[in-house]
Design a protein around this ligand. Sequence first.
Ligand SMILES: [Mg+2]
Length: 195
Amino acid sequence: MVVGLDIDGVVADFLSPFLKLLETRVGNGPIAAETIRSFNFKDHPFLTDEVVWKCMEKVSYDPEFWENLSSLISPEDWSRLEDLSRNAKLVFVTHRHVRETYSIHEVSSNWLRRHGISRPVVYFTQEPKGKLVQDLGVRLFVDDRYENCQDVAESSQALVLMPHRTYNQDFSHPRVHRIWGFQELFTHIDRLESP
Ligand SMILES: [Mg+2]
C-alpha cells in the first residue's frame, strides 16, 4: 500500500517562517498563526492578496527558505516513515514551485534525507493533486490544505487524512478525515493493511 504525503504544513513548518517574512513586508507587528483562517489568506484583517503573492513568489526563488524549515513531526514518526519509504510505500506530493535558478527537487530531497528518509521520492505538480495521487496508486493521502483534500477525495480512491490546522478548521467533507496528531496516520495504515 502506497502512502502519499504533502510536505508543507504536514511534515515541514512552512507557515511560521512565511508569517515572519510577511511581518517584515507589512510592518504591522506580529501576525499570529491563529489569524490565518484560510490558506488563501482571504479575509485577513490586514494581509492583502498582493503582499501574500509577492512573498510566495520570493520564497519560491529562495532555496535557503526551504532548507531551513523545521520539522512538524517527531523522530519516531520519521523513523516509521523511513520504514515505509524503504519498502517503496511512501511518496511525497507537493505544490512547491520548480524554478530554473536552483533545484527545489534536490533541496526538498536533502531536507527529507536530513530527517532520515534515505531515498525520498518527491513529485512536484502545479495541477490539482487528485489525478497524480490516483495515477501513483496512493491508498492513503495526507494534506493540510482542504482544497487538496477535497480534490484528492473526489478524484482518487485514496483515503484522505487532514491534520487539524486553524486554516482548515471550518472544512468538513464525508471522505476527508480530520486527524489531531500525525501518529494517527500509522493507525490508519495498520487498519488498512490488516486482513
Ligand atoms: Mg501543505
